[in-house]
Write a protein that binds this ligand. Structure first.
Ligand code: 5GP
Length: 190
């Protein structure tokens, strides 16, 4: 997606050789005009699929998923929670995820009330690195007996193993921008 790539080049920042910082329009401040275009593009890529729910993970995936939902007939957006507040249902699906940016493990949780057999689920997230977050969500979909229709990612880091891990599981992956490498503080796309 050209608009997104331009935005990454103009407003993003490379940190070392493997982190893309996009706080200015995606991970902290959010550019809603861009989000709208991304939502349309996700719909365009998955237009032939019947989707009943969008699943994402807090926090950065939520904004993108909500805007995208408007292009998928306003299907409900469910986000996996990283903490268990007292208002979370007792009956939950959970999966362990290793955080790439924080280098720790955490457990993501989804109430059994919001994902079930018969659901056709599109996962949407901001980044794909080694695929741990996406695999955790796939695990939860499988526990629910639902079907994973595909995964839509805003920025994939093509030099990490996420794509392979997802394709190995036979799930369709669509990324709006694929970073091929970061060299001397410059970001190169595939
Ligand atoms: P994965 O689970 O695929 O290894 O990593 C995906 C998660 O880690 C994303 O949801 C995102 O929060 C975070 N992440 C991974 N790489 C980057 C990066 O280069 N920049 C930012 N901002 N977040 C990243």
């Amino acid at each position: 997606m050209e608009l997104l790539k331009e935005k990454i080049l103009n407003e993003g920042q490379a940190i070392g050789t493997n982190i893309v910082k996009v706080d200015k329009f995606l991970n902290h401040q959010m550019d809603i005009k861009l989000f709208n275009e991304m939502g349309k593009e996700f719909k365009n890529r998955f237009k032939d699929e019947k989707i009943t729910k969008i699943l994402t993970i807090e926090a950065s995936g939520i904004g993108i998923a909500c805007i995208a939902s408007q292009y998928f007939d306003y299907v409900p957006v469910v986000f996996a929670k990283k903490t268990q507040g007292s208002n979370l249902d007792k009956e939950i699906y959970e999966a362990k995820v290793h955080s790439f940016t924080k280098n720790t493990d955490y457990v993501v949780k989804v109430s059994k009330n919001y994902l079930s057999k018969g659901d056709r689920v599109l996962i949407i997230d901001d980044f794909l690195a080694n695929g741990c977050a996406a695999l955790g969500l796939l695990d939860i979909i499988s526990q629910a007996g639902a079907e994973a229709v595909g995964i839509g990612i805003v920025i994939e880091k093509g030099f990490q193993s996420g794509r392979n891990e997802i394709l190995k599981r036979g799930v369709r992956l669509e990324s709006l921008a694929i970073v091929e490498k970061i060299e001397e503080n410059k970001i190169y796309f595939k």
